[in-house]
Write a protein that binds this ligand. Structure first.
Ligand code: URA
Length: 274
């Protein structure tokens, strides 16, 4: 592991974990080589029937049966939330058509107020997909997710487990900046969901890192607190893809003491990806 990675990790866990007791990763993190690209049509399911998504109080989590990730895997119990996926499906012939559709989308108010769309960035054959909430000011200007202060911390977090930004695919629940950085409304997230689903289907990540409350609640159909969701590994409802929840980098910037927990999340992520 390079010296700068050690420094990053030491900075991340400052005062909490001895940098000499962490993971030993080579530069590519010991992961399997990237898979070849996929040519088939990309099918997304448009999201409907979300009215009950936030209808009940958050609840617990239950283990599920056998899975390649064994005991690590748990499934969030929706507690009355209704899975948002439903027909009609939206088909995209290929990745470029999907990205074009995002750029052309005018399905909600967010599209009218943003500077530009922020579809996502990174490797389309990534093992790790990172899903945040929505573009902020810097992302809106640059057209790329996680490029502001949060993004810089996210890059350092990845570097701490030997992963470069270019190796992952990064996107958000919504592709347009919500005004004044407010949370995306459920109906806005729902309108954007077909794009996200299509991205997940095309990339077929081995694991999703869900950063922050809005991302976790939308992906897992729950209202449970992030502090609870981070305790277990989930899977994307309706699929086998593991979802690891962690604190949003913006939260970590405001609450540095939570970095110790985030470091544990990163180590778990690293174990899954090995
Ligand atoms: N926060 C997010 O959730 N996403 C971004 O792209 C930037 C900040």
């Amino acid at each position: 592991m390079g010296i700068c990675v050690w420094r990053e990790r030491a900075a991340l866990v400052a005062g909490v974990e001895d940098a000499s007791t962490g993971l030993a990763l080579d530069q590519d993190g010991g992961r399997a080589p990237s898979r070849p690209g996929r040519d088939g049509a990309i099918r997304a399911t448009a999201s409907e029937g979300d009215s009950a998504r936030h209808a009940s109080e958050p609840g617990g989590e239950a283990s599920v049966g056998h899975h390649p990730h064994g005991d690590l895997l748990a499934r969030s119990v929706p507690d009355g939330a209704v899975r948002a996926h439903a027909e009609p499906a939206v088909d995209f012939d290929n990745w470029d058509q999907l990205i074009d559709a995002i750029h052309a989308c005018q399905a909600c108010e967010l599209a009218k107020n943003c500077t530009q769309k922020v579809p996502g960035v990174g490797s389309r054959t990534a093992d790790l997909m990172i899903i945040g909430e929505g573009p902020g000011h810097d992302e809106d200007i640059r057209g790329e997710p996680f490029v502001g202060r949060s993004g810089q911390l996210l890059d350092r977090m990845l570097a701490a487990i030997g992963i470069a930004r270019e190796q992952v695919y990064i996107t958000n629940i919504v592709k347009c900046r919500p005004p004044n950085n407010r949370d995306p409304k459920p109906e806005e997230a729902l309108k954007c969901r077909a794009f996200l689903d299509a991205q997940i289907r095309a990339i077929e990540p081995r694991v999703i890192l869900s950063v922050g409350r809005v991302s976790a609640h939308n992906l897992l159909d729950t209202n449970a607190p992030v502090g609870k969701l981070i305790r277990e590994l989930h899977r994307l409802p309706g699929s086998e893809v593991p979802v690891k929840v962690t604190y949003h980098p913006a939260y970590l910037l405001r609450n540095p003491s939570a970095k110790a927990v985030a470091w544990q999340d990163l180590k778990q992520l690293d174990r899954i990806l090995r």
